[in-house]
Ligand binder design. Structure first.
Ligand SMILES: [Fe+2]
Length: 292
């Protein structure tokens, strides 16, 4: 590209008001697996890794509208770990929405975070609307006591259907711990969302559409489009991460780098950027416009 042309293009971009393009910027953290002080998981310190993620978010994305943690907040659901999580989250400059996964215990979570919204039946489910009627965020509770897989019972499904009917024309953005469809990884074959058909039917029947499902649980960075045509993404998580093996039923863990995703929803659609802390250290600069 000629230098003059590049300058003109750069100038055109500069005229676009950035805030108008993005209705909402959301930080997606998942699978923190916090343990009591002095304990580790596979030699890793989940609290130190979450603290590093929070430091990086605070330094680089303080303008985000919301941070969401899609479950497995703690490793064993014990009160000490939830209290530790509460302290770790304090520096985050934006509102935080907490969800539970299969490693969490609902009662202990609600004891530690009594102000976190729940539905009428006590499930950790809630709604948040985007500005200007641009969409509705739905945070779902797929925790099933005593099981690694997820379940979405009739009570929870009725709540979801009512929240979709409340806003029939608004796009519904779903946050949930367990994937409601297979991901082609043997380890997760039996521990995704059980009997997902009524859940998927509710989403498919929503007039406003479902532009994206944001997932936890899998400890690998994965994205795609479900058999029902709904795009999805999951982060690799903050702590232990799975070495990708499509065929193995057992899994091998790796430390990897603590990760979070940055979600931007707006007139440009849905854009998800993954950030691994291994990328935090810079090694040089590149002037515009040559590119990578
Ligand atoms: Fe997990």
């Amino acid at each position: 590209m000629e230098r003059q042309e590049a300058r003109a293009l750069n100038g055109a971009f500069a005229l676009l008001p950035r805030k108008r393009l993005t209705k909402m910027k959301i930080i997606h953290i998942t699978d923190a697996h916090i343990v009591p002080e002095g304990e580790t998981i596979y030699g890793l310190d989940p609290a130190a890794r979450l603290a590093a993620v929070i430091d990086h978010i605070s330094a680089n994305h303080a303008d985000a509208d919301l941070a969401v943690i899609t479950g497995d907040l703690t490793d064993r659901g014990d009160p000490a770990s939830y209290q530790r999580l509460r302290s770790l989250l304090e520096p985050l400059p934006m509102p935080v929405r907490l969800m539970i996964g299969n490693h969490d215990i609902r009662a202990a979570f609600t004891d530690a975070f009594p102000d976190e919204p729940r539905d009428e039946a006590g499930f950790v489910q809630s709604v948040m609307d985007l500005p200007d009627g641009a969409g509705r965020l739905l945070f779902l509770d797929t925790n099933e006591v005593g099981w690694s897989g997820g379940r979405y019972c009739d009570s929870r499904l009725a709540w979801l259907e009512a929240r979709l009917q409340d806003a029939p024309d608004r796009p519904a953005f779903i946050f949930m711990h367990h994937p409601p469809f297979p991901l082609g990884v043997a380890h997760f074959e039996q521990i995704c969302l059980a009997q997902p058909e009524p859940f998927i039917a509710a989403l498919k029947g929503h007039g406003g559409g479902v532009p994206h499902i944001f997932l936890g649980h899998v400890h690998i960075p994965v994205s795609g489009v479900s058999p029902s045509g709904i795009p999805f993404s999951a982060g690799r998580g903050c702590n232990h991460q799975i070495v990708l093996d499509f065929a193995a039923r057992d899994c091998t863990w790796a430390s990897g780098a603590p990760n979070y995703n940055i979600i931007r929803i707006g007139e440009h659609g849905v854009i998800v950027h993954a950030f691994d802390l291994i990328d935090a250290a810079t090694i040089g600069t590149g002037a515009y416009p040559p590119g990578p």
